[in-house]
Structure formats: C-alpha cells, structure tokens
Design a protein around this ligand. Structure first.
Ligand code: SF4
Length: 265
C-alpha cells in the first residue's frame, strides 16, 4: 500500500480541511462513531492524496503489485514498466510474460504477479473490450463480483481498483483496519472483511472522496502508530477513542483529554 510520510505538523490542518470532506465531530470517548475517527485523523494528518498514480490503469497495476510487499518495491516495478512504456492495456496485453516477469521482479512473487497482470488484461479484453471506461460503467456490485472472479484479485485488491481507479463508493479494508477496529472494541475475533467493510459503509455517507481519504489515513495510522507489537498509543491521533477498559491505555502517558484537545484544529 502506498504511504505518505507521517505528518506531525498540525499547521497543515486548515489547508487539509479545505480540501477533503470533513464530517461534523461530536464527542471524543470510547463509543465515538467512525466519523469521529475520520475527523480526528483528517485534522491531525491532513490530505493523503491517494492513489499515487498517473492513470487509472496504473492504479490497477499498483493494486495488484502491492500484494504482500512494501510500496517502495512496487514503485521500482512501476518505474520499470513506465520506462518500457507498458503502463497501458494494449502494451501489457502484448508484452511477453517472461519480459513482464523480469520488469515486475522488484515487487516480489514476480511470476505470480506477472500472471495476475496478464489475467486482468485478459479479463478486460474478454468482458469489456479492453476499455477501462466501459468496465467502470458497470454497476458497482456487478463489477465487484466480476473482479473477484479474476485470478489473483481478492477483496482488498478489487475494492482498491473500484475506489481508487474507478471512483466507485466501496470502502477498502486491510490488516490495519482490522487491527484498529479490534483494538477500539468495534469487532472481536477473526478478521471479517465484509463485516468491516459494511461497518464503515453503514456509518459513513456514500462519498468516494471520504472513503478514499479515510482508508489512506488508516494505513498511515497503522504504519506509524498502530503497529502489531508495541503500538504507539501515546502519540496517536486516535488515543482519545481507546475504550476505557483497554490495556493499551497504559501506553498513554499524558491525560487523554489533552491528547483529544491536541488532535483538534
Ligand atoms: S496506536 Fe493505539 S490509539 Fe492508535 S489506533 Fe492503535 S490502538 Fe488506537
């Protein structure tokens, strides 16, 4: 997943709030809704400007290549493809698989990923005549089902394609999303992708800009604060929303009321 550098300069808030959808905020306590989480993250971190790509086709290539690897590796693979002018449907359809494997090698699992890219262009050819515009005119739920039927495209990749390349209102869920939901008491037990997606979509307006920004903010929070081991709750913009009985509150060394106030513009 692409990651913008962590922002700790709260001076950017006014600029950020002018550019991205901001929901009304209410209270900051353990039972706050997801819109409150969004408002705090947006205020603290500013606009993420995802997805870092020049075209919708490049978004799709990036969404496939980013599986199981760091975004910095994807960037190297994308740069290889760009240099060879392969970031179009027609070029990717024509390129020999062996050459494609060599070019996407920096992103890891290069044989599998080359096969997945080829599977996507084959799907685009067969189902939509090679036209992304035509593909994205398909109703959201129908297109989601089609994408999930393509080799190598799972839920997170399909939803990233729908949202970031096609502007369809689908919330993208990843491991960071599950972790934050679980640590804040929204869910329990094994990660449930569809359950988490529906939770966000039921609590938020169907707004693609909002979904775009919120998922990017969650990824940023996960990478910078909500780590699997030793989460950095004391500095996290979401610290004020930790449930009262959470053991992670022990990580917060200053009064939560002060953290909540700091996270506000
Ligand atoms: S780091 Fe702590 S406060 Fe931040 S999201 Fe994770 S659990 Fe919540």
């Amino acid at each position: 997943m692409p990651l913008r550098p962590q922002r700790k300069n709260y001076e950017v808030r006014a600029h950020a709030l002018a550019e991205i959808p901001v929901l009304p905020r209410e209270v900051s306590h353990a039972q706050a809704g997801l819109k409150d989480y969004y408002a705090s993250l947006a205020a603290a971190l500013g606009p993420m400007r995802w997805w870092p790509a020049r075209t919708p086709f490049e978004v799709i290539v990036g969404a496939i290549l980013t599986q199981n690897t760091a975004w910095s590796n994807v960037e190297r693979a994308i740069e290889n493809l760009r240099r060879e002018r392969l970031l179009t449907f027609a070029a990717l359809e024509r390129v020999p698989t062996a050459k494609l494997q060599r070019l996407v090698r920096p992103s890891g699992y290069f044989r599998q990923k080359a096969r997945k890219l080829k599977a996507f262009v084959e799907f685009l050819r067969n189902q939509h005549g090679g036209s992304l515009a035509r593909m994205f005119r398909t109703p959201t739920s129908e297109l989601r089902e089609q994408l999930l039927g393509v080799h190598g495209i799972g839920r997170e990749t399909a939803d990233s394609i729908l949202l970031y390349a096609g502007n369809h209102p689908v919330f993208v869920v990843d491991a960071y999303t599950h972790r934050i939901l679980e640590r804040h008491g929204f869910v329990r037990g094994k990660p449930d992708y569809e359950g988490a997606r529906k939770l966000f979509e039921s609590q938020l307006p169907r707004d693609t800009r909002l979904y775009n920004e919120f998922h990017a903010l969650i990824v940023n929070t996960g990478k910078n604060w909500c780590r699997k081991r030793e989460p950095r709750c004391a500095d996290c913009p979401l610290a004020s929303f930790l449930p009262p009985n959470s053991p992670l509150r022990l990580h917060v060394s200053v009064p939560l009321s002060e953290l909540a106030a700091e996270a506000r513009p």
